[in-house]
Design a protein around this ligand. Structure first.
Ligand code: GLU
Length: 472
């Protein structure tokens, strides 16, 4: 049997972090078993389904590298097929038309409420003679659910779960206007798409028992189910915006790399020994539904951030430069130095060691690309006053004689200078850093000088010595 899984988001909102995790688990299980992973957009709710949400889901999945097989399937476009199945059940006597008025239904709801029970349709039209049907109302179609016995599912994550049929009423499968309900559409689509494993949030667990009634009535093979525990915040409460329940594009915009988000989502509720860093290939090799935990997984932004820092360090300098350059160029608004991009690339190895996200990385790289004269922050200005500017002036004279402009040689030159003049290295490095970067925090100052090269470094130092700097 070829495994077929699917991700079936409703495009009423963007692809949020919990949905991305459901998509990832479906993807991994399909790849692990050599099966297929499909995407179905559950867009039957025409009022709430939005095209920009569909676009965001698709671009979010692509960004995460969760490629699906075939074209995305629109549930809405399959409405005729859903109605066909409802009518087939009707013809077989496994479903019936219900003409209950809204008043009758609300009376049932009220009395259930008074008894403290959930609303269950009372089966009024189940055995009623159709000749009693009122004219002028569009009936709904309800399934004849089993009235005795129980259903047990062997859920891959939740284990064995049993629900008594007394808890399942004759629910609506086709509305009065001929449109399918979610219960019907999901089952028909999963069946027609050949879905073998339904992996979804455990908020759908109770729906599963209703959906089983449709599979049974149609005589269709039932898929295996795996209901994943929902995400909670680090404080154990239901995930809200405050905890990070944001659209996946918000994570991209906050400067997370897709591999960090994937790795983090994978580790939420699933593990492989003590492994923290898990590549896509390893995830495909190791992932199994049976290893997903039953307890609610806690989403922790700090852990995601530390994984992100790891993946930034691992990423190639070229890729990081490609990713950060548009932001740097935009920020500098046409005032990027000639060769600025090359300096960013050459300095990337140290820059990436310090960044927790791509925004920080772009900000920390900006000084390399800035056209002279640089603007100075307050701390830099301070480092360039009094004793600082004197030290810089003297050291500048020494630098004129340096022929071998490498970080190592510059470091040795500065050490020698410090010894000769009896000035501490820090007292040289601080004004130097200020002149070269306009700030008081940067990678090693001799590395910065070697990246910028002799002309640019001396130019920046001279700007500072001549007081040609811009105020921040
Ligand atoms: N469309 C449903 C949702 O977004 C998922 C349905 C399913 O996976 O069966 O919650």
């Amino acid at each position: 049997m070829t495994v077929v899984t699917r991700f079936a988001p409703s495009p009423t909102g963007f692809l949020h972090i919990g949905g991305a995790r459901t998509a990832l688990f479906n993807y991994l299980y399909a790849k692990h078993t050599g099966g297929k992973f499909m995407l179905r957009i559950e867009d039957t709710d025409r009022e709430r389904s939005k095209q920009d949400a569909v676009d965001a889901i698709i671009s979010g999945m692509k960004w995460l590298g969760l490629d699906w097989d075939g074209d995305p399937i629109s549930q809405f476009e399959r409405a005729a097929r859903h109605a066909e199945v409802a009518n087939e059940l009707l013809a077989q006597g496994k479903a019936y038309k219900c003409y209950c008025t809204p008043e009758e239904l609300s009376a049932q709801r009220e009395s259930a409420k008074a008894e403290g029970k959930p609303m269950r349709y009372n089966g009024l039209w189940r055995d009623r003679d159709p000749s009693e049907a009122p004219t002028g109302t569009d009936p709904v179609i309800r399934i004849k659910s089993e009235q005795s016995g129980e259903t047990t599912i062997e859920d891959k994550i939740q284990g064995s779960v049993t629900v008594s049929h007394s808890e399942i009423d004759d629910f609506v499968i086709l509305r009065g206007d001929g449109t399918p309900t979610y219960m019907l559409a999901v089952v028909v689509d999963d069946h027609d798409m050949g879905v073998t494993h339904v992996v979804r949030g455990d908020d759908h667990l109770t729906n599963t028992f209703r959906q089983m009634q449709i599979y049974t009535a149609m005589g269709w093979d039932k898929p295996t189910f795996a209901h994943m525990p929902l995400l909670h915040g680090a404080d154990g409460k239901k995930l809200s915006k405050r905890h990070g329940a944001l659209g996946i594009e918000a994570y991209r915009d906050m400067g997370f790399l897709p591999e960090a988000v994937n790795n983090y989502l994978l580790r939420l509720g699933w593990g492989h020994g003590d492994d923290e860093i898990i590549s896509r290939e390893q995830a495909i090799e190791w992932f199994d539904l049976g290893d997903v935990g039953k307890g609610a997984a806690r989403f922790d932004m700090d852990k995601l951030t530390s994984l992100n820092a790891h993946y930034i360090r691992e990423a190639s300098n070229d890729r990081l430069t490609d990713m950060t350059w548009p932001f740097i160029a935009e920020k500098l608004a046409g005032k990027a130095a000639n060769g600025g991009r090359d300096w960013v690339l050459a300095g990337m190895t140290s820059l990436k060691d310090r960044a927790k996200n791509m925004i920080e990385l772009a900000e920390s790289a900006e000084f390399y690309a800035t056209q002279r004269p640089l603007s100075m922050n307050d701390k830099a200005l301070k480092a360039l006053s009094g004793e600082g500017i004197e030290n810089l002036k003297q050291f500048r004279a020494t630098l004129s004689d340096v022929t071998n402009w490498t970080g190592e040689n510059l470091n040795a030159t500065a050490k020698q200078f410090a010894q000769d003049t009896d000035v501490k290295m820090g007292k040289i490095a601080q004004p130097l850093r200020a002149a070269l970067t306009g700030t008081n925090v940067s990678p090693g100052v001799f590395e910065v000088m070697s990246v910028l090269g002799q002309d640019e470094s001396l130019g920046r130092i001279d700007d500072a010595l001549n007081g040609i700097t811009l105020n921040n």
